[in-house]
Design a protein around this ligand. Structure first.
Ligand SMILES: Nc1ncnc2c1ncn2[C@@H]1O[C@H](COP(=O)(O)OP(=O)(O)O)[C@@H](O)[C@H]1O
Ligand SMILES: [Mg+2]
Length: 413
């Protein structure tokens, strides 16, 4: 899969960017550069390694340089200095024909305002990229129909954009971007114009699609909740400068500076922290254990129950002392009751309800359905309130956990 490296990109807007660049390299900041020279610092020394097949989110407030940065990927903007390499190939040194080919086949963009052709039907909009490539009508319409179906718009092939809701129009935008089967998808605030509920649905759809497609997605947002939900990795940008790059958990648990810390303060941790961070050890018994051995072990176990596993640690069920008592022979396998586990990668928000209604600790399984531990109320609360090195040591209050909140940055750009 294609790795993208962003290498020391500087972008300065104004009449003499090269000269302004020297001042920026000598340490002048955005505000002073503008005051002294009338030049705007768009991006300062941006370097990123973006792994293929991942969703990489660039997050920052309005004016922080997000659009400027994403437009470098398909060279809608030329950097003042620096380069971007896609699979080792320099985008900045592509010839006109190479660049055209790159834009037609390898990379496509989804825009905030959908960017659909108003006088073309849904199917023509979706097939547009293939038409530009010179693909014949029946082949491109077959492919367009496929993607229209994938994004849930079957039946709307012959509608016009203005007959569709905002959410539906953005589904068309997504289908259009996917229809040329590009390796890289650029999404600049693609969901920001949508109502919160629709926006959430689109996020879910993107997560679901990406699980199958494994595209390299560069996703831009000003919303930290969205960034944390979608990103495998997140870069936080302020005034054209990267503040931190990391996984959602790193951003949340180890904010690199006061600026990032101010953003993550009010984030609902239950939506980001996964079950793997709240594990307590599980009491297990092999399925071959005899009833009498199990009874003697359970009598000294404060919970008086245990999870039954096979030789590979796969979860088979649960046995408790009461259920075993009265029978003395054979193995515990015939006395097991089924129990539903959760996965290590589930966020706590998704499993809290199940935990609240369970008589037992919730068994937690890895990708191969092996038992790796349990969630208890105590272990979950501990994970949610642990300080993890946050600078002011403030744990989220009950209300912060109960309702999703907007990031409250300490300063605005
Ligand atoms: N074409 C341009 N000419 C001059 N300044 C620009 C231009 N495009 C963007 N900028 C400036 O660069 C900075 C970053 O803008 P932008 O990338 O649009 O931010 P974002 O997408 O994060 O809101 C802002 O200060 C903006 O005013
Ligand atoms: Mg923008």
């Amino acid at each position: 899969m294609t790795t993208i490296s962003v290498e020391n990109i500087y972008k300065i807007f104004g009449r003499n960017p090269k000269r302004a660049l020297e001042e920026v390299k000598a340490g002048k900041d955005k505000e002073n550069l503008l005051a002294d020279t009338g030049h705007t610092l768009g991006l300062k020394d941006i370097s990123l390694e973006i792994e293929g097949g991942q969703t990489f989110v660039i997050m920052g407030l309005s004016g922080s340089g997000k659009s400027t940065l994403i437009r470098h990927f398909n060279r809608l903007i030329e950097p003042t200095s620096g380069d971007i390499k896609v699979g080792g190939k320099s985008v900045m040194s592509m010839s006109d024909t190479e660049l055209l080919d790159f834009r037609r086949h390898k990379i496509s963009m989804v825009f905030q305002r959908f960017g659909l052709l108003p006088h073309h039907t849904v199917i023509d909009n979706v097939a547009y990229g293939l038409q530009v490539q010179g693909v014949g009508k029946s082949e491109r319409e077959d492919k367009a129909r496929y993607w229209i179906d994938v994004v849930g718009l079957a039946g709307y092939e012959n509608s016009y954009p203005d007959q569709l809701s905002g959410g539906m129009q953005q589904r068309v935008g997504l289908a259009r971007a996917l229809c040329t089967d590009p390796e890289i998808l650029l999404m600049d605030e693609a969901f920001s114009a949508l109502d919160p509920l629709i926006r959430r649905e689109m996020q879910d759809q993107l997560i679901e699609l990406q699980a199958k497609l494994n595209k390299t997605i560069i996703f831009i947002t000003h919303d930290l909740d969205e960034a944390l939900r979608l990103g495998n990795r997140i870069a936080i940008l302020k005034d054209g400068v990267i503040q931190q790059v990391g996984t959602p958990q790193q951003i949340l648990l180890e904010p690199a500076n006061e600026y990032v810390n101010a953003f993550v303060q009010d984030i609902n941790r239950t939506k980001v922290l996964t079950a793997s961070l709240a594990l307590a050890p599980a009491n297990t018994l092999s399925s071959k254990t005899s009833v009498s051995d199990a009874l003697s072990q359970l009598s000294t176990n404060p919970d008086h129950y245990a999870y039954v596993v096979d030789d590979e640690q796969h979860l088979l069920g649960i046995v408790d002392e009461e259920g075993l008592r009265g029978s003395t022979s054979g193995s515990i396998e015939s006395h097991m009751r089924p129990i539903e586990g959760v996965h290590e990668t589930d966020v706590l928000d998704e499993v809290m309800e199940q935990l609240a209604h369970s008589d037992y600790h919730l068994p937690v399984l890895d990708g191969e359905e092996r038992l790796t531990g349990v969630l208890s109320a105590e272990s979950t609360i501990k994970a949610l309130t642990d300080d993890h090195g946050n600078s002011d040591g403030k744990a989220p209050s009950a209300t912060e956990m109960a309702e999703p909140s907007k990031p409250k940055p300490a300063e605005t750009a």
